[in-house]
Design a protein around this ligand. Structure first.
Ligand code: DAH
Length: 345
């Protein structure tokens, strides 16, 4: 009898586990626990066991346990089926508008970079990148600014506390992208068409200066390069970057490393060159430019009798701000990471 009970129980449990709906479970309940059920029939036989030897009691306990186990299996399986049904009925409206996660965008200076660079790429310029930590020689001497030259004062340079090089001098944080000119001349032979967009550092902190800022430097060297090429490139850049209605002008200036030298101005987007409260003169300065000084070509290892070229170096921050006519009364806001400002770009 013991064996019989054990067998009924285990078969019942197996069958219940396989049941796929509540009707099938109910049928199994009847099969085992119903009035004529398999286990019920064994229960009925218990009265046939002679009293007194404790056998009846033992069987009683076993039967009770088996019954409970089968009931438990039924309850479990019912729950599993219920859960499956519920999952099937969970309804998702795929046409409902989703919830967008907050989406960021690039910093205005990165945006500027991404707009400036392709315009030069289209003309066959190569984008290069040179060290931000540089020897004085590349940053100054090679550009006709020897130690003690007053022009060097304008650069308010950060010096690094490292052992100076016997020929190249001290190490500095690049105060302008022009140091890349010499490196590029030494890297490749003409024709050279370089664009170098990089961070620059000068010891300045006021509403028109940040100690770190960006410049983009252009360098073109080939046979018979003259001023008209320089002007042509600027016209092209201005029309494409600012729009066909904007104008630039070259204003004679002096830089050590170019001769002749110019400052490049763009007409004020607000008053279009007439003069207003923002620009005062009608024009905004973008940066410097000029024909490369023969000595600078020599310093770069290029024969000035064979080749000529032009260079320009403009501030990225300023160039980008002039697009919208945005004249920040404090440019430090660019690097304060205040979302209320950067989200406007
Ligand atoms: N390096 C100069 C500066 O930071 C800007 C400049 C002027 C770059 C004339 C040039 C140039 O390439 O030809 O003030």
């Amino acid at each position: 009898m013991k064996k019989q009970i054990e067998q009924i129980k285990s078969v019942a449990e197996k069958e219940i586990k396989k049941a796929q709906n509540s009707q099938a479970i109910e049928n199994l309940r009847i099969k085992y626990l119903g009035r004529k059920g398999k286990l019920t029939q064994v229960i009925k036989k218990i009265s046939q066991i002679p009293k007194g030897k404790g056998q009846r009691r033992e069987m009683g306990i076993l039967l009770n346990e088996a019954k409970k186990k089968i009931q438990l299996a039924i309850a479990k399986q019912n729950q599993i089926i219920k859960r499956k049904k519920k999952n099937k009925n969970t309804w998702i409206d795929t046409t409902a508008p989703g919830q967008l996660p907050p989406i960021g965008h690039f910093h205005p200076i990165t945006l500027a970079f991404r707009e400036i660079w392709p315009l030069f790429e289209r003309l066959g310029f190569t984008l290069v990148s040179y060290p931000e930590i540089e020897w004085e020689w590349f940053a100054f001497e090679a550009l006709n600014m020897p130690t003690g030259h007053p022009a060097r004062d304008d650069f308010e340079t950060f010096f690094l506390d490292v052992k100076p090089h016997s020929k190249l001098g001290e190490m500095v944080l690049t105060p302008h992208t022009s140091s890349g000119q010499i490196r590029e001349m030494r890297r490749i032979n003409p024709p050279v068409r370089m664009i170098n967009i990089a961070k620059c550092y000068r010891l300045n902190w006021d509403n028109t200066h940040t100690p770190m800022f960006h410049q983009f430097e252009g360098l073109v060297i080939d046979k018979n390069i003259n001023l008209t090429h320089l002007k042509g490139i600027f016209e092209y850049f201005t029309k494409n970057f600012y729009g066909p209605e904007r104008k630039i002008r070259l204003r004679p200036f002096h830089f050590q490393f170019t001769e002749p030298s110019f400052e490049v101005d763009i007409d004020c987007p607000i008053c279009h060159g007439r003069g207003c409260r923002v620009c005062k003169s009608g024009w905004h300065e973008l940066g410097g430019a000029g024909m490369i000084h023969p000595q600078v070509l020599k310093n770069g290892g290029i024969d000035p009798k064979k080749y000529s070229g032009f260079a320009f170096g403009w501030g990225v921050e300023r160039t980008y701000m002039m697009k919208s006519g945005l004249k920040l009364n404090d440019i430090r806001i660019l690097y304060e990471n205040d979302l209320r400002f950067v989200e406007q770009f």
